[in-house]
Design a protein around this ligand. Sequence first.
Ligand code: F6P
Length: 367
Amino acid sequence: RRRIGVLTSGGDAPGMNGAVRAVVRMAIHCDCEAYAIFEGYEGLVNGGNMIRQLHWEDVRGWLSRGGTLIGSARSLAFRERVGRMKAAKNMVLKGIDALVVCGGDGSLTGADVFRAEWPGLLADLIASGELSPEQVEPYKVLNIVGLVGSIDNDMSGTDATIGCYSSLTRICDAVDDVFDTAFSHQRGFVIEVMGRHCGWLALMSAISTGADWMFLPEMPPKEGWEDHMCSVITKNRTERGKRRTIVIVAEGAQDRQLNKVSSSKIKDILTDRLGLDTRVTILGHTQRGGAACAYDRWLSTLQGVEAVRAVLEMSPESPSPVITIRENKIMRTPLMEAVQATKDVTAKIDKKEFDEAMKLRDPEFKE
Ligand code: F6P
């Protein structure tokens, strides 16, 4: 019986448990055994009790649970070859030669490196006497399949990452809550949202909540943005009678512009120039926790099933795939192509879509 390992890595995301559940159950359905690797790559490096078989009933009820029940870590040990050698040894000892990794682009790249090194790692383990050629023989080929689990929706080649719509829903709920108190006191709020280098959560939440202004890493503000922002907000409050002002700031928008933009600077502008009583709200990790929304439960289930299919259909020569969704179809894409495309487009955004969204908010918006 083949043994398939599954792990979650990097920042947790709602839906990761659904993905693990689907991998476990599909593996069992296909007459394989499923092994959970606890605490991400740390579990692989440490082995022992951190790699455990999961049965059908072990994952019961996991669809609705937030976070990742098998744990996650940003493993430093796995970044070193020594750590990856330990990981390879543990996998051979447990009889696992296929891994489904659910994480962001960094975690998935790590998995692909591991696969490329696998023959060399096994050779070194034999040479150092840690494993015998007989022990290694059945596990000469390592199969890796990626699932993109991240709230940031920052991977190219897929329309949605597991967790992004749950996080977006959570952000919208939080902004709605802030609206109530902002309305009551006629205040301004600068709301900082996650997303690392990607503005998807900020853009989508700004559109979904009808925010007055937003800052995205992909669209650094132009010269004179302070005047433009203030004039739109003034118009919204006077001519349009808005009692509350919401500005959404992507965390990455601040990193990139080297302090040209920061939540506290925006707050000061609204306070000093418009006399607006303004507060800063950083939503933080509330955006990452909580139950997965229906879409993420559905997506993680279908993608988990597809990941096991991919493991069983892969040939030693085929590049490691990542399971994606495009135009509502679950697909396989070469993992490293998706990672490379992500790097290439990090600084870009569909400008037309952006301009249209801005015009909805402000008919006089230009560019
Ligand atoms: O990648 C997910 C994410 O939540 C990002 O949006 C954020 O920048 C980062 O992880 C926070 O990481 P940590 O939980 O390690 O502080």
